[in-house]
Design a protein around this ligand. Structure first.
Ligand code: PEP
Length: 249
């Protein structure tokens, strides 16, 4: 079964409502014939405007996080109901910036992933090692552990529908893309880890993105790798022309 590639743009803390709407309006005609699933992930304040602006296009909208509780005293958090009401269908979870700056843990990522999936929102579960772990040579085991923890409690049939983003921290926002071989090595290891625990169908279905300074010039080489099914794009997702060039690899 061939997997449909998925290219997602993580806008991080960029773009007001007006800027986000303008960006997707410029992007829509440029990606209308894309073979890949196209996702943009605005900030929470821009979700309503952007979901409205992409109606009738092939652009899906993702949030940058979601809480596991339905409602309550969780200042600063957003629930799945708040996202589904807007038509948000993806959610980035466990991004390294959330883990490093806001103390998110594997356990929290797992809870968020279950809540999102149960609400019909496809989690894009991020994993990836620091430079220290890369240089220590323990990165495959580290990433495998992150994935096992994030997927705990999921059924094999559900794992097949998830999206994983392998994002080595040393390559995010640094301009330092992992080589195609480095990306493939870890994405293949993630798939093997999933196969060992959830079986061949889950491993064949799950889509695994690479993320970390992806640019128009690097996407084609990445996509030639058999275990790389797409990209999670930060900086280059903020310009319609660049993001479109990546989507239309
Ligand atoms: C990201 O934010 O997930 C990311 C990969 O950023 P960048 O493409 O800017 O490295």
């Amino acid at each position: 079964m061939a997997r449909t590639p998925i290219i997602a743009g993580n806008w991080k803390m960029n773009n007001t409502v007006a800027a986000g709407v303008a960006l997707v309006k410029e992007l829509a005609p440029l990606v209308k014939d894309a073979k890949a699933t196209v996702v943009v992930c605005p900030t929470a304040t821009a979700l309503a405007g952007v979901t409205e602006a992409v109606k009738g296009t092939n652009i899906a909208v993702g949030a940058q996080n979601v809480h596991w509780e339905k409602s309550g005293a969780y200042t600063g958090e957003i629930s799945t109901d708040m996202l589904t009401e807007l038509g948000v269908s993806y959610c980035v979870l466990g991004h390294s910036e959330r883990r490093d700056y806001f103390g998110e843990t594997n356990e929290g990522v797992n809870k968020r992933a279950h809540a999102a999936y149960a609400a019909g929102i496809t989690p894009i579960i991020c994993c990836g090692e620091s430079l220290e772990i890369r240089e220590a040579g323990t990165y495959l085991a580290y990433v495998a552990y992150q994935i096992e923890a994030a997927l705990a409690g999921f059924e094999a049939a559900d794992v097949a529908k998830l999206v994983i983003a392998y994002e080595p921290i040393w390559a995010i926002g640094t301009g330092k893309t992992a080589t195609f071989e480095q990306a493939e090595e870890v994405c293949a290891h993630i798939r093997k880890t999933i196969e060992a625990k959830y079986g061949a169908a889950a491993a064949e279905g799950v889509r695994i993105q690479y993320g970390g300074s992806v640019k128009p010039a690097t996407i084609a080489g990445l996509m030639e790798k058999p275990n790389v099914d797409g990209a999670l794009v930060g900086g280059a997702a903020l310009k319609a022309q660049d993001f479109a060039a990546i989507v239309n690899f």
